[in-house]
Design a binder for this molecule. Sequence first.
Ligand code: FAD
Length: 357
Amino acid sequence: MPNIVVVGAGVSGLTTALLLSRNPAYKVTIVAKHMPGDYDIEYTSPWAGANYLPVSNPAGSRWEKNTWPELARLAKDVPEAGIHFQNSVILTRDKDLKATSGQWFNELLSKSPWFKDTVPDFRILPKSELPAEADSGTAFTSVCINTAVYLPYLVSQCLKTGAVFKRAVLAHISDAASLHASGNRADLVVNCTGLLASKLGGVMDKTVIPVRGQIVVVRNDPGVMLTVSGTDDGDDEVCYIMQRAAGGGTVIGGTYQKGNWESQVDPNQALRIMKRAVELCPALTGGKGVEALSVIRHGVGLRPLRLDGVRLEKEIIRETSVVHNYGHGGWGYQASYGCAERAAELVDEALAPRAKL
Ligand code: FAD
């Protein structure tokens, strides 16, 4: 029975470990510095909204496309996963199309995106449904994930299939091979270290950079999931609102600051985030303005962007067979199952010669 160590307990590591541990042929140990329940600037997954707003281009859409059916199944049939359906409205201001957020949202803002046949109820909004500041808009059914419920749910599913969790801080990716719960050397290591892939020995991927996202979590109910193509407060500031499932509050954002490692909340930015959200969605405070927002907490997370795109490939490092699955930027949840499926295929391929022995 092959022994596998998955390094990382963010959404990428947990989803990959879950798919691998469902295969009775594999014995999976998950090793991580941070686990669900921790809040740390080096650990991105708890900070995400998280919703399903595809941003990949049609050629690279496989990961997001293959993830939707599983997120929709969880939202429909598995309430304990902490995911619910939300009506999502995307507003476009033509002046944002060349800005950072406009480029990031290029496919999302399209009137005929690849995902129009993937998500339910896709439609182009008529002028009569647009606010004055928007030039165009679309609407569809999306999901919002309560990450504080969903990450522990993934842990519970991994435990159910026999996976074992261990805390450790690795200096080199090959060190993971000696940490399998069986006490034997692992046959393969899966690298799901997110942003820290830029600092981990044996990987040191300098094309992985942080994209800082500041958020505010509030108790107010917006009634709809709203995203606008940009703001007038700077090229790296964005505006979105989503209500998490199961009492998780409403996440309002945000920022998209490439190369910024700052972990602390900027109070001026927080004020701008709240002001923009209330202007975009007056219903958030029943028309009573920004003072009527009931703040649960402020937060900062760093999206692990890989400039060359997500890394899903095999490599031998110091005689250790490694499969990489990192660098998901701002779309780690909405591509989690698609990427984990590919990582599991790569694990099968890497272990196939061994199975023939
Ligand atoms: P992480 O969650 O960072 O996990 C990395 C894991 O590796 C951790 O367990 C860490 O401890 C471990 N690790 C790293 N190095 C070592 C080491 N040396 N030794 C041991 N363990 C190690 N995505 C969406 O799909 N939808 C959204 O709406 C969305 N909104 C977002 C909003 C914000 C504000 C932010 C910041 C992100 C958002 N994202 C969203 C992006 C998403 O959160 C990330 O893409 C995703 O969480 C990355 O997950 P990961 O598992 O790859 O990395």
